[in-house]
Structure formats: structure tokens, C-alpha cells
Design a protein around this ligand. Structure first.
Ligand SMILES: Cc1cc2nc3c(=O)[nH]c(=O)nc-3n(C[C@H](O)[C@H](O)[C@H](O)COP(=O)(O)OP(=O)(O)OC[C@H]3O[C@@H](n4cnc5c(N)ncnc54)[C@H](O)[C@@H]3O)c2cc1C
Length: 446
């Protein structure tokens, strides 16, 4: 078999892999990134469809880790489009609420609406208990006990039984932390590092991934259409990676292997026999892939509700759709002339059990009809994607604060990406941070 030599092989060109690759190749290490698909970026990429540039996953880039990486790599961030407004859709009406006061303000609105409704119908209301919730909220933020297993829903039940408040918390939980309130422990909820500012890449995330790849290529290579088939482990250390390139197998000898494929696939590539029982047990407990459904809606006239021009809309109390973004208003470059595009993401009923895709899609279609009255006449679902917990493309490879350690029992094999997010982080910031962490560890070893 043909062989080649690199200091570091990185399997997968998602954000975590590209972060580690750029940092390490800039430090002078000869780095190879191998990507099984024909395009780089993983769930942070773009594909063309009927003239639209569509996301493979992430659309919103939160301020913080990703921006820090781009700045450090000399990539221009000035063209990123800020998503400045956050709207909350409550009882079918949209409210423009600044992110820093989002939760209390939304609860305040729910309180008022509930009172009005109760008065109108002459029925008693279940109190919202805003001040009690907020007091409990701030008290908890100061003293979180890590081992607390009370769920977010149980914590909230101490203060209120009001269904609308529970729906509001569930929307936040599923949208930001990857799990429902009845699934996520309260101790994790309060570790979430809130994001207040978001951006969208006007040329698609693939354009950013390509710029990162160009940084790697100054001192290394990025190979697409090149799946890693096996990580060879000898005497407890990773010695090489077998990859397939243009129908041929090549052995890449290296000092360090970094996998961006998710901890489970890393184990499969390196062989279960090389991981101790404790590691495999932690992996089974921690990894809780989070499903989501993505519906991209095209139309020949703007469908979004009046006033929702340039923002992100968080939907409270819908069947499935939790987020709506009118992409064409923010980044018209991604859309063919005369067309409009709305990005919606939805959560299935459980993030623990595989979804019934047909049923979930029915629910989403009912939401779409309710939200966009002109949909039937002017719109169409351009693409619908179910990112389930059993396929390899979940919204997140695990919930908030459930990340695996990046280190493995094999001392020169590491994981990056959203299966090993640090506490408090998820999504793209979580993946980038893991790349920084691992690049640091690798630099120390080499
Ligand atoms: C629908 C959806 C919406 C999302 N929205 C947002 C959002 O708005 N904001 C946000 O911050 N996050 C969002 N996320 C999450 C975010 O996209 C991910 O957390 C992040 O992109 C994951 O990056 P990663 O480093 O784990 O790599 P991944 O994206 O998982 O990339 C891994 C790469 O490894 C490759 N690979 C796998 N096996 C092999 C192999 N054997 N050999 C070679 N290559 C291999 C894959 O092809 C892939 O390209 C969303 C995700 C989805 C699915």
C-alpha cells in the first residue's frame, strides 16, 4: 500500500476539524485533513439547489468562538450579516424583544395575555408567577449544584403550572440546549452561555470553510472524497490512518490523529478493543444526539409575518416549529432573483427516541399553514430534512453539558466537534472551542 507522512491527520472537515487544522498548521505542523464528502464544512456548509444556496446545517453564527477563529485566521468578518432583532411569537402575535431581556419580557407578556384571556372568558387562570420564577432563576444561577438531577420542568413546576410558561421554557430549551424541559437537568440549564448576537454568512458557510481550508493548505493539505477507513493502533498508540483516495488505499503515517467524526465513529475507526470499558460506558451515557427537522420554504412573495424583516423569530407554543428566519431579507445573495426563502427549524416530540418522520412532517406542515397564510398560494417547501438521532447528521451530537472529553484512552488520538463540547457551549461555538482545546493539547505533546 502507498504510504505518506504527516505530523497530524484530521479526519473530517467540520468546524471542529478545520479549527484544529488551521491552528496546528499555522504553528508549523504538517497537517492533513481528510473529508469523505465532496464538499468541506460538514454541518457548517452550503449546497446549491434550484439556484438557492442552502445550509447543510447551521445558519446562525453566534458571536464568540467562531468570530474569534475567523479574526485570528485573517478572514474578513465585516461582510457577515448581523441578525440584530429577536422576535417572540406568543399566541400568534410577534413581539420584538431585545435578547438581553428576552425571558422576563416574554413571561411578562404571557402574564398579561393570560390575564386578559381569563377575564374575557370569565375563568380562573393559572398564575404565571413571574417574580417568583425570576427570583428562583437568579438564585439558581448563583448556586448550581452539579449533581442536581431535577429536570427543568420540575424546577419550573415549583413556581407555576401555567402551560404557556412551560411552553416558553420548552421552546428555549429545545432551541438552545438541544433537549426538552422534561429531559434536561436544571443543573445543565443554568450553565448555558447565552448568545446575544448572531451573524449569517452572505455567501454561505461553505465560503468560510473554504477560507479556513486555504489557511491549512499553506502548510498542509485538505483532501475531499477521501474517507478514512481505519485508524491503526499499535502498542496503545495511533500510528497511521488508512484512507481511500481515487479508488486507492493509502496509509498516512502520523504522530497525532484528530477525529471530527463524532466519538462513536472514532471508536469504530480505531477498533472497540482499544478503548477501556469505562470510556465506552461514559460514551453511552453522555452522547445524546439531538434531532431536528429543517424546512426551507421558498415563495414568489414574502411570506413572513409583517414586521419580521431582519430577525430571528422564536415561536412559543407551536406544534413543532421553534425558529423562523426570513433568510432572503437578511442575505438576498443566497436566493435567486424574484424568490424568497424562509428557514424554519423544528423539534420532534422527544430528543431521546427516534422520530416518526412522517408524523413529524405532518405536524410541521400544519404549523406552516398556520404561520404563513399565503403559503398555499405562493409558497412551496423547497427542502425538508429530518436530522434524526440515529443518522449521522443530528443537530448536535449531544445535549448541553453532555460533551465527552476530547482525550481518549489512546494518548495521541483526540476528538473534536460537537460530541465533545465544553460545559455551557453547543453548536458551532462548541465545535470551534473543542478545536482550540485539542490544538493546545497537541502542541504540548509535539
Ligand atoms: C439542521 C441543523 C441546524 C443547525 N443550526 C445551527 C445554528 O444555527 N447555529 C449553530 O451554531 N449550530 C447549528 N447547528 C449545529 C452545528 O451545525 C454543528 O454543531 C457543527 O457544525 C458541528 O461541527 P463538527 O465540528 O462537529 O463537525 P461536523 O459538521 O459533524 O463535520 C464532520 C465531518 O466529518 C466528515 N466525516 C465523517 N466520517 C468521516 C470519515 N470516515 N472520513 C472522512 N471524513 C469523515 C463528515 O462528512 C463531515 O464533513 C445546526 C445543525 C443542524 C444539523
Amino acid at each position: 500500500m502507498k504510504t505518506e507522512n504527516y505530523d497530524i491527520v484530521i479526519i473530517g472537515s467540520g468546524l471542529g476539524g478545520l479549527t484544529a487544522a488551521t491552528l496546528l498548521s499555522r504553528k508549523g505542523f504538517k497537517t492533513l485533513v481528510v473529508e469523505s464528502r465532496n464538499r468541506i464544512g460538514g454541518r457548517f456548509s452550503t449546497f446549491e439547489y434550484e439556484g438557492f444556496k442552502l445550509p447543510t446545517g447551521a445558519i446562525l453564527i453566534p458571536d464568540g468562538w467562531v468570530i474569534k477563529l475567523l479574526e485570528e485566521m485573517g478572514i474578513n468578518i465585516n461582510n457577515l450579516r448581523p441578525v440584530t432583532r429577536v422576535y417572540y411569537r406568543i399566541n400568534g402575535k410577534s413581539y420584538d424583544i431585545p435578547p438581553e431581556i428576552g425571558v422576563p419580557k416574554a413571561l411578562d407578556i404571557i402574564d398579561k395575555l393570560e390575564r386578559e384571556e381569563a377575564e374575557k372568558k370569565g375563568r380562573p387562570m393559572k398564575p404565571v408567577e413571574l417574580s417568583q420564577i425570576m427570583r428562583g432563576y437568579y438564585k439558581k444561577m448563583k448556586g448550581i449544584k452539579q449533581d442536581e438531577i431535577l429536570t427543568v420542568r420540575d424546577w419550573l413546576l415549583q413556581y407555576t403550572e401555567n402551560e404557556k410558561v412551560h411552553e416558553a421554557f420548552d421552546t428555549l430549551c429545545t432551541g438552545l440546549m438541544m433537549a426538552h424541559t422534561w429531559e434536561l437537568p436544571i443543573s445543565k440549564f443554568f450553565l448555558f452561555q447565552a448568545m446575544e448576537k448572531f451573524f449569517i454568512a452572505p455567501n454561505g458557510n461553505l465560503s468560510i470553510a473554504k477560507e479556513l481550508a486555504r489557511v491549512v493548505e499553506k502548510n498542509g493539505s485538505v483532501w475531499t472524497n477521501c474517507p478514512a477507513r481505519k485508524i491503526i493502533v499499535k502498542e496503545g498508540k495511533a500510528t497511521s490512518v488508512i484512507v481511500e483516495k481515487a479508488g486507492e488505499q493509502i496509509e498516512i503515517k502520523c504522530k497525532i490523529v484528530i477525529s471530527n467524526t463524532g466519538a462513536k465513529t472514532t471508536v469504530a475507526l480505531a477498533g472497540r478493543e482499544n478503548f477501556d470499558d469505562e470510556y465506552l460506558k461514559v460514551m453511552r451515557i453522555r452522547l445524546r444526539p439531538s434531532p431536528c427537522l429543517l424546512a426551507l420554504i421558498a415563495s414568489d412573495k414574502p411570506l413572513c409575518l409583517e414586521g419580521i424583516h431582519d430577525g430571528l423569530e422564536i415561536i412559543m407554543g407551536s406544534r413543532r416549529i421553534k425558529t423562523v428566519i426570513p433568510i432572503s431579507n437578511i442575505c438576498p445573495e443566497l436566493i435567486p432573483p424574484g424568490q424568497h426563502l424562509i428557514y424554519t427549524s423544528a423539534k420532534s416530540e422527544s430528543t431521546l427516541h427516534p422520530m416518526d418522520v412522517k408524523y413529524e412532517i405532518q405536524q410541521i406542515k400544519r404549523d406552516i399553514k398556520d404561520f404563513f397564510p399565503d403559503f398555499e398560494k405562493h409558497g412551496r417547501i423547497l427542502k425538508m430534512r429530518a436530522c434524526g438521532i440515529i443518522n449521522e447528521w443530528p443537530e448536535g451530537r449531544t445535549w448541553l453539558c453532555h460533551g465527552m472529553p476530547s482525550e481518549t484512552p489512546i494518548p495521541n488520538l483526540f476528538n473534536v466537534g460537537d460530541s465533545c463540547v465544553a460545559p455551557g457551549l453547543i453548536g458551532t461555538p462548541g465545535s470551534v472551542e473543542s478545536g482550540y482545546r485539542v490544538a493546545d493539547l497537541v502542541e504540548k505533546i509535539l
